[in-house]
Design a protein around this ligand. Sequence first.
Ligand code: T3D
Length: 242
Amino acid sequence: MTPAQGALDAQPSTAPLLVASQGAIRVLTLNRPSSLNSFTGAMHRHLLQALNDAAQDTQVRAVVLTGAGRGFCAGQDLSDPDMASPDGGAPDVAAVVERHYKPLALRVRSMPVPVIAAVNGVAAGAGANLALCCDFVVAAKSASFIQAFSKIGLVPDCGGTWLLPRLVGRARAMGLAMTGDKLPAAQAKEWGMIWEVSDEPLADAMAMAERLAAMPTKALVATRQLMRNAMQRGLEAHLNVE
Ligand code: T3D
């Protein structure tokens, strides 16, 4: 039994998020497998807290985010009572995004250590974009990415419309977001949207996390920042920042 497994076993199996440590790696497992780890308010609160805890813990040098069961995350649980409007009317989608997905995307993107998504199965809606917020995505061969929003009258959130054109270019970003079609992991890799496709995504994500955890964290995070801001600066300005 690994230390991470030991810590996992100590938590109630019904917790919406499982938190474990293996050496310098914090492993966060979305844990609502019967609904493909779709987000409830409780899962949002647990995940944000766990990310904040990892960010503040100087022993943590990498974070791995994965899902329990056959899916990674199916985005928002559209039936979660926590999402209902206080007056019983239609859910206030903008408020939900503001309250949950915006802080989540910003938190993942600003982590002081590398973050790796081990995408064990389907990643849909905000679940897909949560994975894409991470520094690396290692996906199962059976995994897929679905911008499910257009099918239910929403625009992509959790950073989707910002991330996708940067990752795969405008034409593919537009196609994915407007059609809501499923993008298999192999094609996502071919398009440069994700880092790797694997038979053992969690094991390979852990290996990557261990490798990065043994490297100078501040340099890695500064490199990430330079890469992200590169498109917003001219060469001379960017050379100054480098
Ligand atoms: O206010 C706001 O909501 C704003 C925020 C929006 C953020 C978003 O993420 S919007 C997008 C929400 N997500 C979706 O629309 C995806 C819905 N799910 C699907 O399209 C399909 O489930 C998948 C393509 C992801 C997977 O299909 P499949 O055939 O592999 O599985 P399934 O049979 O559809 O789902 C398995 C179970 O998970 C099933 O429950 P059951 O019948 O076995 O009891 C299904 O109802 C449940 N499930 C899947 N997705 C969700 C879900 N339950 C609640 N919420 C979900 N999003």
